[in-house]
Design a protein around this ligand. Structure first.
Ligand code: PYC
Length: 314
């Protein structure tokens, strides 16, 4: 059996997004949460085929474009990665809005996108950037002490920005691009340690001094499947700003410039409505490929290289 899946690739501040625009499995018309569960239980092999090697790589975030459930939205989306699914993705939503513009589906102004975490707004700006208004974000726990085997105790905040983050500043690590392997290993050890008490956390975010002019901070973000985020992470920057706001270190409307480990920058701010914090994130995305993925079951790696492949060959 062979099938074709049409995709449009882009990157946002260096972090790739692959949008499925045709040939996706039918997930029905239910709420986005139900569709995600159906994707996971019936079509996980399609997720792996689209983002994993040999067609993709660990950094790619996939985005299945679909009809919205919430009729106030113009499009629906389900995000996924090398190991599973994401409820929201900030760089991905900037990439998706840029892709919709590339397809001629939106021309300017603001559109609403139905995500598994709730509706998100995306505004196309005149200079080509996109500003998203994310889902309400908040800090769940402040100053959580975590003993990391071989690395002492770190303290951090557990916060929601559309995904769950553990945000750490007292790590003593130099956040340099040349240190990606060490940072990945260190953050992965924090992830395992924090999950003992906070199993919901699947992203680790380390903060340090910015190198880019005008940026307030640099981050290193480790994603659930051990890939690092090349962008400053939209949901991670949302979680960060929710913590800054809770600490009285960021006021509503004040700009927060977050630099990534590769030196790209998102501009953020928070809007406060009915006591809830809605982060806005602005960044640029660039479309860089259109392709048909060919899934031919005669190919032993048709559905991507993943742990089950290795088990099958032992
Ligand atoms: O930008 O929110 C984001 C994101 C999550 C994982 C990778 N990027």
């Amino acid at each position: 059996m062979s099938m074709r899946i049409r995709v449009i690739d882009s990157h946002t501040a260096g972090e790739p997004t692959r949008v499925i625009v045709a040939g996706a499995p039918d997930l029905g018309n239910g709420p986005m949460t139900e569709r995600l569960e159906r994707f996971r239980s019936e079509f996980d092999h399609i997720r792996s085929a689209v983002v994993n090697e040999p067609r993709g790589n660990d950094a790619i975030v996939g985005a299945l474009l679909c009809e919205p459930f919430d009729r106030s939205c113009q499009a629906g989306v389900i995000y996924f990665n090398n190991v599973g699914f994401l409820k929201m993705c900030g760089h991905g939503t900037i990439g998706l809005a840029t892709t919709l513009r590339h397809m001629g589906r939106i021309a300017g102004g603001t559109c609403r996108i139905d995500t598994v975490a709730g509706p998100v707004e995306a505004r196309l700006n005149a200079n080509g950037s996109v500003t998203i208004r994310n889902v309400a974000s908040y800090r769940k726990a402040a100053g959580v002490a975590v003993a990391v085997p071989g690395a002492g105790t770190v303290h951090g905040d557990v916060a929601w920005g559309g995904n769950w983050f553990f945000l750490v500043s007292d790590h003593g690590q130099e956040l340099a691009f040349e240190r990606l392997e060490e940072l990945t290993d260190y953050a992965w050890r924090i992830r395992q340690a924090v999950n003992v008490e906070h199993p919901e956390v699947d992203h680790i975010e380390l903060f340090g001094r910015a190198a880019a002019a005008g940026a307030h901070s640099r981050n290193f973000v480790l994603c659930p499947g051990k890939a690092y985020d090349r962008s400053p992470c939209g949901t991670g920057t949302s979680a960060k700003m929710a913590c800054l706001y809770a600490d009285g270190k960021l006021r509503a409307g004040e700009v927060w410039r977050q630099e990534s480990i590769v030196g790209s920058v998102f501009d953020g701010l928070v809007e406060v409505e009915d006591g809830k914090i809605y982060p806005h994130i602005t960044g640029f995305a660039h479309v860089n490929a259109e392709a048909d993925l060919i899934l031919d079951e005669r190919d032993p790696f048709c559905y991507g290289i993943q742990p089950s492949c290795a088990q099958a060959t032992t």
